[in-house]
Structure formats: structure tokens, C-alpha cells
Design a protein around this ligand. Sequence first.
Ligand code: ZN
Length: 442
Amino acid sequence: MTSILKTPGEAGNLSFISGVVKINGYALRDYQYFCDVFSGKIVDSSAVKLKSIVVHELTHLMDLATTNWGVEYTLRKVNMYESRGLEDFRSKFEVFMLNQSEIVSHNYVSSRVAGRSVKDYTTLKHGLTNHEDYGPIIVIIYYCGSEEICRVPLSMLSLLEAHATAEEYLAKSTGFGNSEDGFISLRLMKTEYSELINDDSSLEYSLLLNIVNTHFKELFEFEEELRFISALSRFSLDVSGFSLSGISKYYVKRFQNREVGADLCMDMCRGMSRQVIFFLTTLHIYEYLDVCSDVESNILKNLLKSEPFKAIVYFYEVILGISQDQGLNDYEFSLGLKFMPDHGALPDKKFFTSIANKNRVILNDNCLSDIYDELHYPRITLEDGTEVEVGRVIEGEHNQFVVDNKYIYTEIEKIYMSSRHVKFYPVPGTGLEFFKKNGLSL
Ligand SMILES: [Zn+2]
């Protein structure tokens, strides 16, 4: 149905504007096969692969429907659409673009030196820059020795894809382990994962996977690494604006490039650039483990390996002294849903509320792949429009609404395509002043 505002990927996608998950390469003829795979009747390697693709796309859906980032994205999209033809439409569009530009910035900012491949990288470094269209951003630079190979922006897309890819491989890993013919598949899957994180054409998928792998390959077993990536993704996407401000104030003093670092942290104080939390948390945990005592190190390492969701909160709250309150995360999330219109042109409030009510609490401290059967999902769509159930079902007419009202989604895409894809941001260099006025000595 939609073609532009969606996740990338050939096997399937999630439309950010309709919330519909589509799986490609399957049609009505495969209906019974889906029933057999998702009811557990077929448990071979092909079934595990199909389930892992579905898990990838459902992770995108849960990020959109059950996190503070997702509810903000949808609320801003709804506000923008409801204000079409009104005086404040332009400002509503620009606010929606705060979120959407962080996804698309990946496509506009990546660059690679011709003839070089990320396979050759020996070091990763990062730099800060004030980009003309996207404001303050972090760019990761892959080096082979002293020679630059490529630059990849730390975008929201890289966070969303890291989360979905980690869950996809976790579903494969646990699934192959339980399947009838999974032993060889398990080995091949680990090779495939290594290839993915060194693939030039998949840098949006691999950037944060690479960052974690580079820093923690000594610490984590394969599945532990995936669970840590998933937990940190969820934390970054769902942490309340209040906590985000506290975290930003902590990091603002730690950038070498003080000026752009302060601009970036100011952006985080308005709830943006959540992907930076993932990146800084990884680096900072790594540095902490290097300098803390053996006792402290063992406590955190054990938590990271066994309970990564708790470990991240423990790191911020107990070690860094930055308060983390799940109640505040929940409160902000409920406000986002509350502010959506009950009877607007889009049925998003009803659709996303039904998904969040069933799943949000469980996902707050579990990987989707580990509790797949406990969650509830709307029906997903195959390539020819056939709807299939992929677990416990959330009943509703949402998919039919999207089919019957195609013009709404086409209109949103037309609005989007007719405007520049940029993010508005404060004047570069004003971040330092902002934090000084808020009582920080920088
Ligand atoms: Zn994806």
C-alpha cells in the first residue's frame, strides 16, 4: 500500500504511517503454511527463517506502537494531517519532520570512499558536526589504519534497524536451537551475522551492532549480545523526556567538541536524537568497566549478561545517580495516546492503544523473541493483500480501514514528498549558553 514512509528491506516492511506490517514473497497460496508455522506445527529451519522475518517487522511495529518515541511520531503525524488546510499546518508539518528527518537523514548523509569496503575496517571513530539540514549529529567513521573507508550518520533508522535485526537473529538463534534440523543452521546463522555487520550495503542495519560487537565481544556470548542490543534499543526509545534531560546534562560535559556536543545534548533535552543514548551508553559502560573496581565490574557484568534491561537502569540510576522512573515513562506514553483525537480522520488512537494495552508492560523488560507467544499482534499482510495471524490476535478493522482509505495515506506521502526533508534546530553554538543558563558550569 504505502511506498515511501516505511522501513527499508526486501523481505518485509512496516509502514510508519499506517502501522501495517507487510511480508513480501508470500500470498494466499501460503495461508496454510503461515497457520502451521505460527501454531508450532512446522518447526524446521524454513519455519524459523520465516518467523525471524516476521519478528523483525513486528519489532518495528512494537517500537512504533509501544514506546515514547513511537507515540510521539504518531501523534505528530496525526496533528499534521488533522491541520491540513489550516493556518498552523506548516508548523505541524515541521514538528512531524523532527521525527521523520531523523529516520531519513541516514540516506542523505552516508558516504563511502570509492573502491573501499567496511570489511577492511580496523578502527571506528566518531565525530560531531552541525549538519545544514539535520542540525547536530554524530557521524561514525570507519578507518583502515589511518585511511578513511566510510562515514555513516548515527540516525534513528540505525537504532530502529539495530533493534529489529537483533530480535531477528535472537529469534533465529533460539528457534534453530529448538528446530528439528537446526544444528548446521545455527552455525551458518552466526556466519551470516558476521557478514551482515561487514556488509557495505547494510550500514543502517549494522552500525550499532558493530559498535556493540567492537566493544563487548569479549564480554558477551552471541545471544547475550543480541539481548543487550535489544534492551538498550528499547531503553533509548522509551525513556521519558524528563530522564532524557537528566542523561543529556550528564553527557554534555563529556564531548571533546564542546560546542556541537552541547547543541546535540540540547536537542536531546527536547526529546530528540534518542539514538545518541544508545551510542553513548555503550561507550560509557565500556569505559566504566575499564576503570571501576573488580567487585563493581563483576556486579555490572553479571547483570549485563543475565538481565540487560535491569543492567541499563542500574547503570544510570545506581552508578551514575541519574534517576530512572518507569512510572514517568508510562505517564508520558499515556499522555501521547490521550492527546490523539478520538474521532479524527485517522484511527490511530484506537489501533495503537489496543496494541500498547496488550504488550507495553511485558516489553518493558523482555526481548520480543523471548516472549513471542505471550504478546498480541494485529494480523499482518502478505504481498497480495491476504491477511494472516502470526500469534495471539488483536481483533480490529484497522487493516481494512487502511485498504478502504488508501487516499489518506497517499495524501500524507504527497505532503511529505512535496516538502524539503529537513529538521529545524536552534542556532548552532547556542547549546553551551542553554546549559549555562540552566545552572551547569561548562
Ligand atoms: Zn527493518
